[in-house]
Design a protein around this ligand. Structure first.
Ligand code: SAH
Ligand code: SF4
Ligand code: F3S
Length: 467
């Protein structure tokens, strides 16, 4: 049967990795299915960035393995009731694997709590997943005892070049992974451990991948990396004052068929004039920037080892707004980093107000074992973290409401992505700022750039009709 469902936790890099694994498995003759109920093989592509993310995946793996032990389908377990019969025709679960960041972070130790887990494959081993599944299935067919678990988490030079295949053939907007790893060592962060050292893919291979996507109908690419603006700094030279990342943006901007370029996430350190200038020169580059700030307090930024000051961050925002006044900013913020006082939090609030972010991810600090900040403990009480979180969410709602409302009556250029999930005859696209726009359309609109007259706005979407 060999029907695989991949459940993805975590960031866009993980979504991209899952898609590449799906493409590699398909190439090997596996079917990729859209729900756990249809699958006999389930892979969890995991995240370690906060404790909660790991606990969620471990809980899920435990329930799946229990279903497998009982000879049931995964769907039988989703209610948490082992007596629920699987849907008619549902295959019993045969293999369960954990891949990605938590596999890398915990490795063989995962087998202590999940002894019958079949596969643990780390972040440099996605391309080995088809071989591992082939071998596990051969072991199952051999009718002996259950095949031994496979744990594969070694580093592998060149593994960043293996994330290039795409499974969906007609995605309007596609993720493209341009580098792996992170050398920044922010004190709270597990990613340098889960993703390893910074490694760039060759520029030509990335350009070839984007060209192939464009030939298949992709109109927008989102370039991915933990530190996209640091792309290739070690591997490739700066040319005419332009960093390798800027050179890459220029090459992609020149490709026929590609209409829009976005990237995530850049780091304020190394966000220089050559990159700011791209927003004047490269028409396909969208005025939509996710620039994680983490805190507005210099004292906390120093303790986080973020290597920039609040002032420097605000200057980058100012330079980008000067390059394009329509620039839309989003950010990541951590509340409750060890030692964060009310005064520190006030600094974060005032920075939030100065930029008026209308999109942001706000995280409550979660101590990660093995990070430099671990020794600082977790000193901010849970209620204070919650309160700071709520205050920021309130600000965010105010700013996103106001910025959305200000667009009512204007015309937005929208790249149409797909029918709206609610299936009400509406189609979904995004404006250049990345805002979701809903409008009545037809399937022929998918992949086209349309001018939409905005008639209504909520906190999360704009609604309108074709102008
Ligand atoms: N490379 C990106 C971020 C990757 S992790 C960057 O540096 O901007 C995504 C976000 O998770 C981070 O921006 C941070 O806000 C949050 N995060 C990371 N470690 C965390 C921790 N230990 N506790 C809470 N949030 C964390
Ligand atoms: Fe983590 Fe910092 Fe690297 Fe981002 S830059 S992945 S927050 S260490
Ligand atoms: Fe999580 Fe790994 Fe992304 S730890 S945030 S899935 S890089």
């Amino acid at each position: 049967m060999n029907r695989v469902f991949i459940k993805t936790y975590g960031c866009q890099m993980n979504e991209r990795d899952s898609d590449a694994v799906a493409a590699m498995l398909r190439e090997r003759g596996y079917a990729i299915v859209d729900s756990e109920a249809e699958a006999d093989i389930i892979l969890l592509n995991t995240c370690s960035v906060r404790e909660q993310a790991e606990q969620k995946a471990i809980g899920k793996a435990g329930r799946l393995l229990k279903a497998r032990r009982l000879g049931l389908n995964a769907a039988a377990m989703t209610t948490g009731d082992s007596a629920t019969p699987p849907p008619p025709g549902a295959p019993p679960l045969r293999l369960v694997g954990v891949i990605g960041c938590m596999a890398q972070n915990r490795g063989a130790a995962l087998l202590d709590s999940l002894p019958d887990l079949d596969l643990v494959a780390g972040t440099q081993k996605f391309h080995r997943v088809p071989d591992h599944l082939d071998n596990l299935l051969a072991g199952l067919r051999a009718l002996g005892p259950r095949p031994a678990s496979i744990v594969d988490t070694e580093g592998e030079p060149g593994s960043q070049n293996t994330i290039s295949a795409h499974s969906s053939h007609r995605a309007v907007s596609a993720f493209v992974s341009i580098m792996q790893g992170c050398d920044m060592n922010c004190t709270y962060c597990i990613v340098p451990k889960t993703r390893g050292r910074e490694r760039a893919r060759p520029m030509d291979e990335i350009v070839d991948e984007v060209r192939a996507l464009a030939e298949r109908g992709t109109k927008e690419v989102v370039l991915l990396g933990q530190l996209v603006n640091h792309y290739g700094l070690r591997e490739f030279p700066t040319v005419d004052g332009k960093s390798p990342f800027v050179q890459l943006l220029e090459k992609i901007n020149a490709l026929d068929g590609i209409e829009r370029i976005r990237f995530t996430s850049p780091h304020p350190a190394g966000f220089r004039a050559d990159l700011v200038d791209c927003y004047r020169r490269l028409p396909k580059l969208c005025e939509d920037i996710h620039l994680p700030v983490q805190s507005g307090s210099d004292r906390i930024l120093r303790a986080m080892r973020r290597t920039y000051t609040r002032e420097r961050y605000l200057r980058i925002v100012e330079a980008l707004r000067a390059a394009n006044p329509a620039m839309r900013f989003s950010t990541d913020i951590i509340v409750g980093f060890p030692g964060e006082t009310d005064a520190d939090f006030e600094e974060t609030l005032s920075l939030f107000d100065a930029v008026r972010f209308d999109m942001a991810f706000i995280f409550k600090y979660s101590p990660r074992s093995g990070t430099p900040a671990e020794s600082l403990g977790d000193t901010v009480p849970r209620e204070i973290k919650e309160l700071r979180n709520q205050i920021l969410l309130g600000r965010l709602e105010t700013f996103s409401n106001a910025s959305h409302r200000a667009l009512v009556g204007t015309v937005r250029e929208v790249l149409v992505e797909c029918p709206s999930r609610k299936g009400n005859g509406l189609f979904m696209g995004r404006d250049r700022g990345g805002r979701k726009v809903l409008f009545p359309g037809t399937s022929g609109d998918v992949g086209r750039l349309l001018n939409i007259h905005v008639e209504k706005a909520t906190t999360t979407v704009l609604m309108g009709t074709v102008a």
